[in-house]
Design a protein around this ligand. Structure first.
Ligand code: SF4
Ligand code: SF4
Length: 134
């Protein structure tokens, strides 16, 4: 998918193609048509095409606005004591599968109140504190 788009003011002058430092823009003449092409993996998102276009035709502003695009939405689990957001329900399921038992939904503060053996059971291996790994 390409995020580079041009509006109907584009007249095919190719200034963007000639000034793209990443050779991410090109064109192809097919029959009686000239196609303007963009290669997203090559694109450095530098915005130069947007700056040099004499027609103000490049619709690239959304990539320069430092905005966040939502790519996934998942159900969140919270600490059963205080309601602090913990992790996703899917992550909890993965953890439960690996540990072969359900994980208690507790934040780090309330997890500390549990006995150490419970702490070992509910904490993912990668986040185990060093003293616990001994
Ligand atoms: S943003 Fe930069 S690298 Fe991407 S197409 Fe435009 S000029 Fe080329
Ligand atoms: S520089 Fe602007 S007008 Fe020229 S081809 Fe590129 S987008 Fe179209």
């Amino acid at each position: 998918m390409s995020f580079f788009q041009v509006n109907d003011k584009c007249n095919g002058c190719l200034a963007c193609v000639q000034n793209c430092p990443a050779t991410a823009l090109s064109y192809r003449d097919v029959g009686e048509k000239r196609k303007l092409l963009h290669n997203m993996p090559r694109c450095a998102r530098c915005g130069n095409c947007w700056r040099v276009c004499p027609q103000d035709a490049v619709e690239f502003q959304h990539l320069l606005n430092d905005q966040w695009d939502e790519v996934a939405t998942m159900d969140l689990l919270r600490c059963v004591v205080c309601g602090e957001p913990l992790y996703t329900m899917d992550f909890s399921d993965t953890l439960a599968d690996k540990l072969d038992k359900n994980v208690e939904n507790l934040c780090s503060l309330h997890r500390k109140t549990l006995p150490m053996d419970t702490w070992k059971r509910v904490t993912p291996k990668k986040t185990k504190p060093k003293e616990v790994e001994k």
